[in-house]
Design a protein around this ligand. Structure first.
Ligand code: 5GP
Ligand code: MG
Length: 184
């Protein structure tokens, strides 16, 4: 999908595919340096992190295993409920593992701080977080995030894995939607 495919649903492009790719190269380099000689269990948070997970791990030279979790904190709306439910748990035992959580976006931080505590209780050697996007102005809890793609303004964004009512995840860029999309 490109901006033209979206007609007047797209308000504006916040991060282009090129900007995202450049940043992914930098993050992968940093992760490789930090985990040199270690095995990493990369945990993607479904569904939003699918794109960043796929693009990030393919850039890594580090030996990785991939696993997935699905949690729910949002319905189909645009506000965080603060209530986290595990929809799909990991298949992997975390004892003694170096775990790297990969997220699409940190908004209030509620989901991730809950997830962090949950995974830390399972006996891993280390747990770090990589997120493609973060909204500093929306933070309700402090979460220590090792790798951040971009800090963005406190607006609802779609694309690059992020949805509105399950749509727009396949945009290769990150953008905002025109108001009429939400009121339709
Ligand atoms: P938090 O708990 O940090 O407020 O929200 C985390 C989850 O809410 C993210 O993993 C994502 O699924 C969803 N979310 C937060 N902000 C946005 C946004 O701007 N756009 C979309 N599509 N989802 C968001
Ligand atoms: Mg989501």
């Amino acid at each position: 999908m490109n901006p033209a495919d979206m007609g007047d649903d797209l308000e504006r492009v916040l991060l282009s595919e090129e900007q995202i790719n450049t940043r992914l190269d930098e993050l992968a380099e940093q992760i490789d340096a930090d985990y040199a000689g270690k095995d990493v269990l990369v945990v993607g948070v479904l569904k939003g992190a699918v794109m960043v997970m796929a693009d990030l791990v393919r850039r890594l030279h580090t030996s990785v295993e991939m696993d997935w979790m699905a949690v729910s904190s949002y319905g189909s709306g645009t506000k965080s409920s603060g209530v986290v439910r595990i929809l799909k748990d990991l298949d992997t035992d975390l004892i003694g593992r170096h775990v790297l959580i990969v997220e699409d976006i940190i908004d209030s931080g509620l989901t991730l701080s809950w997830l962090l505590a949950n995974l830390r209780s399972r006996g891993p050697e280390s747990v770090e977080i990589a997120t493609m996007l973060r909204k500093p102005d929306a933070a309700k809890v402090e979460v220590d995030v090792r790798y951040v793609g971009f800090d963005i303004p406190n607006e609802f964004v779609v694309g690059y894995g992020l949805d509105y009512a399950e749509k727009y995840r396949n945009l290769p860029f990150v953008g905002t939607l025109a108001p009429h999309v939400y009121s339709a």
